[in-house]
Design a protein around this ligand. Sequence first.
Ligand SMILES: CC(C)(COP(=O)(O)OP(=O)(O)OC[C@H]1O[C@@H](n2cnc3c(N)ncnc32)[C@H](O)[C@@H]1OP(=O)(O)O)[C@@H](O)C(=O)NCCC(=O)NCCS
Length: 151
Amino acid sequence: MAKEDVSVRHAVLGDIGTIFLWRNLQEIVQLSKSQRTVTWEEHSDWFGSALKNSQHSIYIIAYQGKSVGLCRFERNMKFCELTIYLIPGEYHKGIGTKAINVCMQNESPNCSSFRAKVRRDNYRSRRFFEKNGFSLLERNNEIFIYEKITW
Ligand SMILES: CC(C)(COP(=O)(O)OP(=O)(O)OC[C@H]1O[C@@H](n2cnc3c(N)ncnc32)[C@H](O)[C@@H]1OP(=O)(O)O)[C@@H](O)C(=O)NCCC(=O)NCCS
């Protein structure tokens, strides 16, 4: 895969419908905290306020010009929590690795450390974070928390 095949950009209001469809895909629902679908009203409230929130960054990931996933960051006083997903069919092509590194580089002036919460049984994702330099910080029966300190 050529590096230029993967690009990221900040999400805009016009992405609301695409992200709604992605959020309610069965594969993404299963990985979410609540493990349930969201209504359009819940989604539009959340998306509208996330876009306005200066502590929140949402990126759209594109592969060969097609939007294929999302990477987002929520900053708090201590760290930035990150979430990343690709749509089914786009896994294991190196897209996630390229996207997460570009997004983290973009966010790094405001984030000295990044954390990601992964469900215990999500082996693909746990492997993904380990391969990208994250270390296991905490774990319980359900969730593994990975951390990467950048500065
Ligand atoms: C996690 C995710 C973003 C990784 O992105 P990706 O583009 O598939 O990952 P990459 O192709 O860059 O692969 C990086 C490493 O991840 C692991 N990995 C990725 N896909 C895998 C698969 N299907 N099976 C096993 N390991 C896999 C491998 O260790 C891989 O390294 P390798 O290619 O040297 O074996 C993507 O698989 C995804 O969207 N998964 C569903 C959503 C999710 O679980 N998000 C994380 C919660 S925050």
